[in-house]
Design a protein around this ligand. Structure first.
Ligand SMILES: C[S@@+](CC[C@H](N)C(=O)[O-])C[C@H]1O[C@@H](n2cnc3c(N)ncnc32)[C@H](O)[C@@H]1O
Length: 254
């Protein structure tokens, strides 16, 4: 019944009025909680070699939050935003002096090597074409530029301490999961930490730091769940990761 309900709910989301209603009501995370944004700003910016003054930063997936942009601008950064859904009003988008752009996520509408830093918070797990996006991030980063991404690897909608549902989305085949969720904000691409490290490497990034956020549970709690049997011990114990990666060096022109 739960699965059927999810499939029906998901298909209803294809109707434009329902979609619009859901989008208006959807909470995207930080929203513009300035205290939480301050914490996230420190978490992301502490990995940069210097303060943000004068840096060109691109935020992927700001959602309904403009506070990171506001903080970065107040510290002298220049700031762009990119999302797949237009959540911000024109006035809110005004914090993004380098532009707030909307697209399908396969192409970032910015010139090559425009940014010193690209960062994202709770976004990569929602990305539909991760390989394509990573290639694009690499393209828009200046030589030596950094991509700092905090990735949430748990279900956003179940008890985050309960091992039996923490990775609930892995219960289903890919086809069924898409039928249940691909029109909704609960949809995640289900990549694990080790998958992300491989994808970053394949995209030409040099990973400088992979900082896991470990679960408090024991491995044995997960091993009771048959649907998790193919997940490695390492991936079961990591509920989130912060990756800091340097862009591929620019090939010398001939
Ligand atoms: C869970 S919300 C996080 C919002 C915000 N970063 C925060 O932490 O509060 C995920 C955001 O990622 C955006 N998103 C999904 N796919 C994306 C993509 N390919 N490129 C950029 N943003 C994307 C969604 O539209 C949404 O705004």
């Amino acid at each position: 019944m739960r699965v059927l309900q999810a499939v029906v709910h998901n298909q209803l989301m294809r109707l434009p009025p329902i979609r619009r209603l859901a989008q208006n009501r959807h909470r995207t995370g930080l929203q513009s909680d300035s205290a939480r944004a301050q914490v996230v700003f420190e978490e992301l910016s502490r990995h940069l070699p210097r303060d943000v003054s004068g840096l060109k930063i691109l935020e992927l997936g700001p959602g309904k939050g403009w506070s990171l942009a506001q903080i970065a601008r107040s510290r002298g950064a220049m700031y762009g935003g990119f999302d797949v859904c237009r959540y911000l009003t024109q006035e809110q988008a005004g914090f993004f002096d380098l532009g707030y752009s909307i697209g399908d996520g396969d192409v970032l509408p910015f010139p090559d090597r425009m940014f010193d830093v690209v960062w994202s918070h709770s976004v990569l797990e929602h990305v539909r074409s991760p390989e394509r996006l990573l290639a694009e991030v690499n393209r828009v980063l200046a030589a030596g530029g950094l991509f700092v991404s905090s990735i949430d690897l748990q279900s956003h909608y179940h008890d985050r301490r309960d091992a039996s549902v923490m990775y609930d989305f892995l219960r289903y085949s890919e086809r069924l999961w898409n039928l249940m969720a691909d029109q909704r904000s609960i949809w995640v691409n289900r990549l694990r930490k080790t998958d992300w490290c491989t994808l970053f490497g394949n995209a030409g990034f040099q990973i400088l730091l992979d900082q896991p956020r470990h679960v408090a549970n024991d491995l044995s709690d997960f091993r009771k769940c048959r649907y998790l049997s193919s997940v490695s011990d390492e991936d079961l114990l990591v509920a989130g990761v912060l990756l800091v990666a340097a862009a591929a060096p620019v090939a010398p022109s001939r």
